[in-house]
Design a protein around this ligand. Structure first.
Ligand code: PRX
Length: 631
């Protein structure tokens, strides 16, 4: 079903998808269960923008993830859950059980006032209940907004309020390596200023002490005693929202990227099956958290739509030791493994002794996602983990694209380390110069845009369509702008070179520099900050903050601790700066704009080739900054 088997077939499929996208995607969509077939395949324009796929079609994505597999795969394992602590039991959930548990959870949501169109926030550890809650929302037609459980109360509060969620599902706590995170406390703090929340449904995971607010907070296990496991799937229009997921951009607060039911479903399944070359019976493991888009599309929806066995891991790669990933691969005989370059680099740095004890013979395909994979990490992954036998799919995509856009198809596309290679069928990338002119031909470099809609593309930014237009469709009119720089080599292969905007990618997590600056600025001794990314051996990019202070701190160590604390409170531990430099001034132009180019160079350790500094209001600050950096 919908599977490409050779390079020749890929080329044919690609050509068909360009010649007649509507016929192409219509055919792919036919393999799903629709409650009512669509009347028109596609409506689009990239100005407003307005994009609609499978118009008039009605469906429920959970019927496609669950119900339609019951006859043939009811006893097949849908989810293998591997706990943080290797001594705790693995949980295996069949499709039949998952169906029941999703229906029961859906009834709990209904019992607590959840209904079609509501926004429901999920702030949970990586337990099976997170996947179940996600699907339960979709079952009743509520829009899920999963917030990564490493975000702070402030970040959670912002996201809940932006989407005016009426229910939050959380847990007493969560385990991550040696740490226990007290999620319910964080939620309680956030909810002090979230008037839209009526109910908080709490999973008991750690057994830690929590306060339950009467009338608002309920225990999941108690609620489950009051419901049965039958819940008909709500009828959804193809273009009804399925979920909102917050992500950072160059400016302002994170925005809620909205994906819709029909197109997202078709593309999630198609891309999963083809990129990983999934075969019936394969065990597939994506190490991401469901709090990110990778988890949405390639832990939950893509694999379950395909009837696969998907592994969910609660913990971290280095607990109890740095062999954990490989131990899990052997334990569950994982065939398809998908992780991020930052994890690969971190594990590479720990040494081979953590890999050697494991056989890794079940592995057939390796994947990479989230940031450029450097050649050294690529080769280590290929040689030490894949033993030279597993194709590596370097998958380029974004929260906004919903699914993988540029990637090899495993075992089909000829690989080239650090290249995402070729677009998937239906994806029409182009490179543009700074004036927006399309750069034709090969062996060229430019800004990466997509010039034709694909089914799982962003539809809007929640509550603010104008922002969607401004951010993605205004820079280069008529095109979706990705924010990434890209090279197309002599073979027509694409290599993503990194962000060209003020977004930094730290360990595969996206942050706007403005967002981190705003957090640091909240420290009482800070007057102004400028944040840039710099190359970091493990994280890909590190966070370098230049700060002007009211009083130059006498104890720099204590100041760093305090700034970190502020950032952790406002965003979360993942946004802590790696380096902080106190400066007397920032390199500003006469119009007041910070020349980040200079700050980036200094952060990289470069003192020459700083470019033209003549437009600076006070060029002398540059020499001070270089001196302060110890260069
Ligand atoms: O810069 C690109 C980088 O991650 C950005 C998207 O981040 P996010 O929305 O958080 O989604 C990450 C997971 C899909 C992109 O704009 N990126 C993602 N994958 C790659 C990549 N950069 C290079 N190579 C990749 N394979």
């Amino acid at each position: 079903m919908n599977k490409i088997n050779s390079l020749k077939e890929y080329k044919e499929e690609y050509r068909k998808s360009i010649d007649n996208p509507e016929a192409f995607w219509s055919k792919k969509a036919e393999s799903f269960t629709w409650k009512k077939k669509w009347e028109k395949v596609l409506n689009w324009e990239f100005e407003t923008p307005q994009v609609e796929w499978f118009i008039g079609g009605q469906l429920n994505i959970t019927e496609n993830c669950l119900d339609r597999h019951l006859d043939t795969k009811g006893e097949h394992i849908a989810i293998i859950w591997e706990p943080n602590d290797p001594n705790e039991d693995t949980v295996r959930i069949t499709y039949k059980e998952l169906h029941k548990r999703v229906c029961s959870f859906a009834n709990v949501l209904k019992r607590n006032g959840g209904k079609k169109g509501d926004r429901i926030c999920l702030y949970m550890p990586m337990t099976p209940e997170l996947a179940i809650a996600t699907l339960a929302c979709a079952r009743i037609g509520a829009i899920h907004s999963v917030v990564f459980a490493g975000f702070s109360a402030r970040s959670l509060e912002d996201r809940i309020n932006d989407a005016t969620c009426n229910i939050i599902v959380t847990a007493d706590g969560g385990y991550r390596g040696a740490k226990t995170i007290e999620l319910k406390h964080i939620v309680d703090k956030a909810l002090e200023t979230c008037p839209s929340i009526e109910k908080s449904i709490v999973l008991k995971r750690t057994g830690g002490k929590v306060t339950m607010k009467s009338g608002r907070d309920v225990w999941l296990h108690e609620e489950l005693e009051h419901v049965n496991d039958i819940c008909p799937a709500e009828t959804m229009e193809s273009e009804d929202a399925l979920f909102v997921l917050y992500t950072s951009g160059s400016t302002g607060k994170p925005k809620g990227v909205v994906h819709t039911c029909g197109g997202y479903m078709v593309y999630a399944e198609y891309s999963f099956r083809n990129v990983f070359q999934y075969k019936d019976g394969d065990v597939y493991w994506c190490t991401a958290d469901i709090g990110w888009i990778t988890g949405h599309t390639y832990i939950v929806y893509g694999p379950l739509l395909s009837g696969a066995t998907t592994v969910m891991f609660e913990g971290v790669p280095t607990y109890p030791d740095s062999g954990r990933f490989w131990e899990i691969c052997d334990k569950h005989q994982v065939n398809l493994f998908y992780t991020a370059p930052t994890a690969i680099r971190a594990l590479q740095a720990c040494g081979k002794e953590f890999v050697n004890p494991y056989k890794l013979t079940s592995l057939r395909v390796l994947g990479s996602v989230g940031e450029p994979i450097n050649e050294e990490a690529w080769h280590w992954y290929n040689d030490e983990i894949g033993k030279g036998k597993c194709p590596i799919v370097d998958t380029w995509w974004q929260t906004e694209t919903g699914g993988i856009m540029i990637s090899p198809l495993a075992g089909i596309t000829k690989l080239k380390p650090s290249y995402a290679t070729l677009p998937l069928p239906g994806v029409q990338p182009c490179l543009v110069d700074s004036d927006g002119h399309e750069i034709e031909g090969n062996d060229v470099q430019g800004n990466l845009c997509i010039k034709f809609p694909w089914p799982s593309m962003i539809r809007t930014t929640y509550g603010d369509h104008e922002r969607c237009k401004q951010v993605y469709f205004s820079t280069y009119p008529g095109k979706y702008f990705t924010g990434d720089g890209c090279r197309r080599d002599e073979d027509g292969y694409y290599r993503i070179t990194g962000r060209v905007d003020d977004v930094i990618n730290v360990s595969g997590h996206r942050f706007g520099t403005a967002e981190i600056e705003a957090a640091i600025d909240e420290h009482e001794n800070v007057v102004e900050t400028a944040v840039v990314g710099y190359p970091h051996d493990i994280k890909g990019q590190g966070i370098y903050a230049y700060a002007i202070c009211h009083n130059v701190p006498t104890d720099m160590e204590a100041f760093v601790v305090e700034v970190n604390k502020t950032v952790v409170e406002i965003i979360g531990p993942i946004a802590k700066p790696d380096k902080i430099q106190i400066v007397m001034g920032l390199p500003k132009t006469r119009s007041g704009k910070i020349m980040r180019r200079i700050l980036r160079k200094v952060a990289e350790g470069e003192v020459t080739n700083l470019g033209d500094t003549s437009t600076l209001l006070d060029p002398s600050v540059v020499a001070d900054i270089i001196k302060g950096a110890g260069l």
